[in-house]
Design a protein around this ligand. Structure first.
Ligand SMILES: N[C@@H](CCC[C@H](N)C(=O)O)C(=O)O
Length: 276
């Protein structure tokens, strides 16, 4: 019979996570079990599950990321900051080295917040990926009132639409239609970007495999890259999400750094019936 399993609840600007430690004992979580845990009425409730596994290539650990729908994904910026904080606290190290499907990511503590190097921005159509060759800086794509987006892969796929008023767009309805459009064979995270003047952006997101969330770290990185590529901002921007602000720095070496909070909520134990 499955044993009760300890978990930690964390969040980055309200993008919330159930963190499970599988470093001591292997954990095979089915997509159905992940969905039960993520359920906000019958489980713990979260946007993503973060599973800490033993390192495979000399890092501190391997981070496996599951969306609330149970699907495994390559990147989670807010979650990576949270895991970096755990590594700082566990080891006393000044730098965390986190292995992910998208490569090795490093984190450092910055004035009570966490800065993570999210790796390179991928801009080729094959890397997004798109179903056919298109210019990712001006994607020939429209849905309802939204058109001419930028596509960026930050270890996961993002499409970003520039709008005059992000609050006025019906993201609840358009998000799932765009997420599942055949142009995006691995589905896509959908962002609305409103330039607020200077190097400040408003960003709302429909996350693949979740829905509207109050913050998406990889999406904020993609937003900074998209706005700079369009010449609307510099390469260092402040991104205002529903849950608060992130600082994004798209460096000259093409790597993207993100700075923001990483917070603990509570610890608990998962009932065996959730695990199945
Ligand atoms: N909230 C995350 C992104 C999580 C993955 C995303 N939903 C996807 O499917 O790619 C973040 O902070 O980056």
């Amino acid at each position: 019979m499955t044993q009760p399993l300890p978990f930690l609840k964390m969040h980055g600007l309200g993008n919330d996570f159930v963190v499970l430690d599988a470093r001591g004992q292997a954990l095979e979580l089915s997509p159905a079990a992940a969905r039960r845990i993520a359920d906000r009425h019958r489980g713990v409730g979260c946007d993503q599950l973060l599973i800490l596994e033993p390192a495979r290539n000399g890092g501190d650990l391997y981070l496996k990321i599951l969306n609330a729908d149970g699907g495994e994904v390559g990147a989670c910026g807010n979650g990576t900051r949270c895991v970096a904080r755990l590594i700082f606290e566990e080891t006393g190290q000044a730098e965390a080295r986190i292995e992910t499907r998208a490569g090795l990511l490093t984190g450092v503590s910055t004035d009570g917040q966490v800065t993570v190097d999210m790796g390179p921005a991928h801009l080729d159509w094959q890397a997004i990926p798109l179903a056919r060759e298109l210019d990712t800086l001006h994607l020939d794509y429209a849905k309802g009132p939204l058109n001419d987006p930028v596509a960026v892969n930050m270890g996961n796929p993002h499409v970003l639409f520039f709008v005059a008023d992000a609050e006025a767009v019906d993201l609840e309805s358009l998000g799932p239609q765009i997420e599942t459009d055949p142009l995006f064979p691995e589905r896509v995270n959908v962002g609305l970007l409103q330039p607020l003047g200077g190097d400040h952006l408003r960003y709302r997101v429909w996350e693949r495999g979740v829905g509207i969330t109050v913050a998406c770290g990889s999406g904020a990185c993609a937003a900074g890259v998209a706005a700079a590529r369009r010449g609307l901002t510099g390469r260092q921007v402040r991104v205002t999400l529903d849950g608060g602000d992130l600082r994004i720095d798209w460096r000259d070496d093409n790597r993207v750094r993100m700075t923001g909070p990483a917070s603990k909520s509570f610890a608990g134990t998962l009932a065996p019936e959730l695990l199945g």
